[in-house]
Design a protein around this ligand. Sequence first.
Ligand SMILES: [Zn+2]
Length: 233
Amino acid sequence: MSHNFFTKILWQDFLSLIYPEICVHCGDNLLKNESYLCTICLTSLPVTKYAQEHEQAFFNYFSYLPKVSAAIAYLHFREGGVAQSLLHKLKYKGQPALAVMLGTYFGRHLMRHGHLEADYLLPIPMHPEKERKRGYNQSHEICKGLSAVLNIPIKEQFLVRISDPKTQATSRVVDRWRQLENVYLVEQVNLLKGKSVIIVDDVVTTGATMSTICELLSPYVQRIIILAAVTGK
Ligand SMILES: [Zn+2]
C-alpha cells in the first residue's frame, strides 16, 4: 500500500466526520457498507406487488394500448415516504448514481419474479434544456442499473423529445394529451421492426406520457413492456 493510499483513506475518514454521509430518507448517518439508504429504510422500501404474475392492477392502466404486454412499477409513492425522498434526490444534480442504484434494485426485483425478455431498453427522454441543467436524465440512469442486471442494451436514438408542451392554462385533459403528442418523436423506425422494447420512466403518475409514447411506438415494434421505478398508482 502506498503512502498516498493511506493519506486518501485518512482524508475520506476526516471528511466523513465533518460531512457524514446520511440516509436520503431518514437522515441517519450511513455505515460504510451502506449507500444512499440506511439498512432500515432499504428493508422498508414500499415495493409493489406488480411484478407478480397475478397482480395486474398497474398493467390494467395500459392494457388497452396496442402491443403493451406488461407494465410493472417497482415502488409505491407515498407522501413523506422513502420513494418520495428518492425521487426528490434524483432531481438534484450530482445524484445520478442514486438513479443507477434504484435501477439495479428494480432489475433484481424483476429477476426474482421471472426474467423479462426484450431487445432494447428505451429511457423516456427529458427536455434537452432541463437535461443540460440537471446534468443527466434520471430515466436513462435508471436504465443503466436495469441494463446491468437484465443484460438488455439501452437505446436512446429511437425516442426523441422535441419541445415542451405549450404551457397554456388549460384544464381540458384532451388538450393536454394533444400537447404531449407533439413532444415526442420516434426515429429510425425501420430498426424497430419486430423488436420488443421496454420503456422506462422514473415515475408514472397520470400515465399520460407513457401512454402517448406507447401509441407512437406501437405501429413499429412487436411488443412493449412498461417499467416505472415509482408510481402513484
Ligand atoms: Zn434511513
